[in-house]
Ligand binder design. Structure first.
Ligand code: GTP
Length: 418
């Protein structure tokens, strides 16, 4: 039996590492998330209509590692010994939250010589360059080939260059990273001009990334944000929330991938994004350990709330309509409960599906007087706010406004599925 939702659940799974599933064309199918079905049909109109992100670039640049670390929660160190060279196109569906759905196409190294029509329906082309493998000229020639074909077939495609592996001894200083970016940028422009393409006519974004730190999340978040048609609406909703509640910053995170899909229009400070993203780990870990007792499952409380000094636990008496008065659909609570089998507790990795639900909330007070406030706002979507402690006193006002935001998000999702 298969559910009609791709983020839904089937009763037969092929987990990563327990056997590879192949589609009709013999392509290896990789689940978008551990526990997701691998027998997804990429020809299904619903899947086919999702935006496509293409991962291309030279061999061992780090394409598969990026995909596995972000979307399948492989630890960066594991990529060292668990990944073999990609032999054929690998595709994955990323469908954790209704506002952000897409497919990732991981091509084998070197420029893809096969069917160029793949560029046709693609939203983004990410070209992954190994920053530690100088000189880049040979690699960037194949980049020019890919870009030329991509923009010929699809002028709307967004080109992103991930200058990957900016870590280790070679890139200890920020200066060395910026030098590397400048080298790649100059070389790309040179190659494009050589191929008769004016670099001014193509919008190419450059990201310095490493799977060993937060830069890869930042780079992919920027890519993914461009795929969301409702982004301007999300930004203005967050803007209203931030100004009404005198917050410093608010981010919407996909809880599973930990990519931030939107924020208010104020400047983004990556340290604060990292902090918010770490908070998601804390919530999932604490909920995974303490939030899944049988009694809580019966009551529909898969969430625990963490606070650095004190813990704000979920109200044991609350029902599916929580204390803030938000309407939490009973079916949702029911689904979440049914997805939390006891054996999950034995898994080393916390399954976000079972550790995160409509009751999930957490407050962390920092020693510098700032407060981080996390609240569930939609399926696998978390709002993480940064606010001064003096502005956090009117918590009911903040919760009321977050309730309004939640309703607006639901309306956006419902509109989308019409
Ligand atoms: N230091 C460092 N190593 C990385 C990073 N990303 C990937 N690697 C390593 O690079 C090696 C190759 O990674 P892959 O993900 O297999 O590269 P690929 O581009 O998919 O290679 P093909 O499958 O041959 O196309 C692995 O040993 C990874 O551990 C990074 O950000 N920093």
């Amino acid at each position: 039996m298969q559910s009609d939702e791709y983020g839904g659940y089937v009763d037969s799974y092929d987990f990563v590492g327990t056997g590879d599933a192949h589609d009709d064309e013999g392509m290896l199918l990789v689940p978008g998330q551990p526990g997701r079905p691998t027998d997804a049909n990429f020809d299904d109109p619903k899947v086919a209509s999702m935006p496509k992100i293409l991962l291309m670039g030279p061999r061992r640049g780090g394409k598969t590692s990026i995909q596995r670390v972000i979307f399948q929660k492989m630890s960066p160190h594991e990529t060292l010994f668990r990944l073999e060279a990609t032999q054929s196109l690998e595709r994955a569906i990323v469908d954790h939250t209704p506002l952000c759905r897409f497919t990732v196409w991981d091509f084998p190294g070197d420029f893809y010589e096969g069917d160029e029509t793949v560029f046709g329906g693609a939203a983004s082309l990410i070209f992954v360059v190994d920053a530690q493998d100088e000189p880049y000229d040979h690699v960037l020639q194949s980049f020019t080939d890919a870009v030329t074909k991509a923009i010929q077939l699809n002028p709307n495609i967004v080109i992103e260059v991930f200058i990957n592996k900016v870590d280790g001894e070679l890139f200890l200083s920020d200066e060395s990273k910026y030098d590397c970016r400048r080298d790649v940028y100059t070389q790309v422009n040179y190659e494009l001009e050589d191929a008769g393409i004016s670099p001014d006519n193509i919008n190419i974004r450059y990201h310095l990334t490493s799977i060993y730190d937060h830069t890869i999340y930042e780079g992919l978040s920027r890519v993914v944000q461009r795929l969301i048609p409702q982004l301007p609406t999300l930004e203005s909703l967050l803007n209203v929330l931030v100004s009404q509640c005198s917050m410093e910053k608010a981010y919407l995170f996909d809880v599973v991938s930990k990519l931030f899909i939107s924020t208010d229009p104020g400047p983004v400070d990556m340290q604060s994004v990292e902090l918010c993203s770490d908070m998601i780990d804390v919530v999932l870990d604490v909920s995974g350990i303490y939030g899944l007792g049988p009694s809580q499952l019966e009551l529909g409380h898969a969430a625990a709330a963490a606070e650095s000094n004190s813990v704000e636990g979920a109200d044991p008496n609350s029902t599916s309509e929580n204390k803030d008065g938000f309407d939490v659909p009973d079916e949702l609570v029911g689904t979440l409960i049914s997805q939390a089998p006891a054996e999950d507790l034995e898994e080393e990795m916390v399954d976000p599906d079972s550790a995160y639900d409509s009751e999930s909330a957490s407050v962390i007070r920092l020693s510098n007087g700032m407060v981080l406030y996390l609240k569930e706002v939609d399926t696998m979507l978390a709002l993480v706010c940064i606010t001064r402690s003096e502005n956090f006193r009117k918590k009911s006002l903040i919760n009321y406004n977050i309730g309004c935001l939640k309703k607006a998000l639901r309306a956006l999702v419902d509109n989308e599925s019409l």
